[in-house]
Design a protein around this ligand. Structure first.
Ligand SMILES: NC(=O)c1ccc[n+]([C@@H]2O[C@H](COP(=O)([O-])OP(=O)(O)OC[C@H]3O[C@@H](n4cnc5c(N)ncnc54)[C@H](OP(=O)(O)O)[C@@H]3O)[C@@H](O)[C@H]2O)c1
Length: 366
């Protein structure tokens, strides 16, 4: 059994921030429970679940039974007023549409909110409607929401009341692509992204498409040609490039529990792509990535012979990025690997939480 050893920190209760997780029984919620139980500056004050209300965290997730908090804290029905009395920070690990219904009353009552759903990632309610198929439940909040990608929006995240943690696929595509666009290295209409995701990306809810027998020993593409995550990917790439960017994105479901591997195929701009010396192109790309990420605690540039793979990031908040220039096709191939539930969800949310509190960004994440 994968057991967590319950080492709760020696920080005094006054040093700790009371925190709640709404939707704590789902996959992202469970990952937040894992990270926050051992976070030295957090007091896990409330966790919600409709189906498990009344049960302790340790009863629902026996692997956390080593933590005293997990043995004492019981799941409660989600109620924004109750949560606002218990917590200063609230993580929302809910389906899109539902998250906004909680964010509004929580913010009104002075909580700071970190939402893992797609509800506040887009700047336009019209684009939200186009991709999510219903009106935005709280469009008035879109302006104040900060996109929670610390490597790109760190100063804004620090002061935000409402953070929209990015999607798992978007994180795997944006972090490798934004430095290349900012440096003017690649054609803005040339990006083709193929992503492979573990089945936990679909959440814990029971759906026939994600049953073991349907997924195991099989590979499939889905969500073509306009997966919902394209909306935030293209929004953020366009902001980085300073002009509209359109990409081709093909997600695939692969029979592993967690992890995302993305392969980006990009066309270098004329000049750079005419340099047939692969070593020289690789050196310039390496300089570009080092400039962007050498001080980043959770972005690892894979510059040796190997390429990123999910086994080296699963369970961590790292994203690994590697690249190759193909002088035959003159394309730049970039590979990224991350854990969809950590850097792609709960870990990134905790990274934002640390920034919002002025803690070291890596607290509880190393
Ligand atoms: N899975 C990933 O890799 C990943 C990555 C990045 C972002 N996200 C986003 O994070 C959010 C959660 O995803 P997930 O994969 O963790 O989903 P999940 O496993 O299906 O969990 C959803 C959670 O929300 C609760 N819930 C569902 N409907 C609710 C309602 N109407 N009112 C109150 N609570 C409700 C469920 O608990 P009860 O039914 O017990 O109440 C459960 O705890 C989604 O918006 C997803 O897009 C997921």
């Amino acid at each position: 059994m994968n057991t967590e050893h319950g080492t709760e920190s020696s920080h005094g209760a006054d040093d700790k921030v009371p925190v709640a997780i709404v939707g704590a029984s789902g996959y992202s919620g469970e990952e937040l429970v894992r990270l926050l139980l051992r976070h030295p500056r957090v007091q896990l004050a409330a966790v919600t679940s409709r189906q498990y209300a009344g049960q302790t965290v340790a009863q629902v997730f026996p692997r956390f039974a080593g933590y005293p908090t997990a043995r004492e804290l019981r799941f409660v029905e989600p109620n924004a007023d109750v949560l606002a009395r218990k917590a200063r920070f609230v993580f929302l690990a809910l389906p899109h549409g539902v998250a906004a219904e909680f964010a509004l009353p929580l913010l009104k009552q002075g909580c700071r909110v970190i939402d893992l759903s797609a509800d506040f990632r887009l700047r336009s309610a019209t684009v939200y409607r186009e991709f999510y198929g219903h009106d935005h439940p709280a469009p008035e909040l879109l302006e104040q929401a900060v996109y929670g990608l610390p490597e790109i929006y760190r100063p804004a995240v620090k002061g935000a009341a409402l953070v929209a943690a990015p999607g798992c696929y978007p994180t795997s595509i944006l972090l490798p692509t934004i430095p290349l666009l900012r440096a003017g290295f690649i054609e803005t209409d040339s990006v083709i992204a193929h992503s492979l995701s573990g089945v936990s990306g679909a959440g814990r809810k029971a759906e026939p498409d994600y049953l073991f027998v349907e997924c195991n020993e099989s590979l499939r593409a889905y969500g073509l040609p306009k997966h919902r995550h394209l909306s935030e990917i293209e929004q953020e790439l366009s902001l980085a490039a300073g002009l509209p960017v359109t990409i081709q994105f093909t997600p695939h479901l692969v029979p592993v529990n967690r992890g995302i591997l993305t392969t980006l195929c990009t066309q270098l701009k004329a000049g750079l792509r005419d340099t047939r010396d692969a070593t020289e192109v690789s050196r310039r790309v390496a300089d570009c990535y080092r400039q962007a990420y050498s001080a980043e605690p959770f972005v690892r540039l894979v510059e040796e012979k190997r390429l990123p793979d999910t086994k080296n990031v699963v369970g961590t908040n790292y994203i690994d990025i590697g690249w190759r220039f193909d002088p035959r096709t003159r394309r730049l191939l970039v590979i990224s690997a991350e854990d969809n539930l950590v850097k792609g969800a709960g870990g990134q949310a905790v990274q934002c939480f640390n920034l919002m509190n002025g803690f070291d960004e890596t607290t509880g994440l190393m």
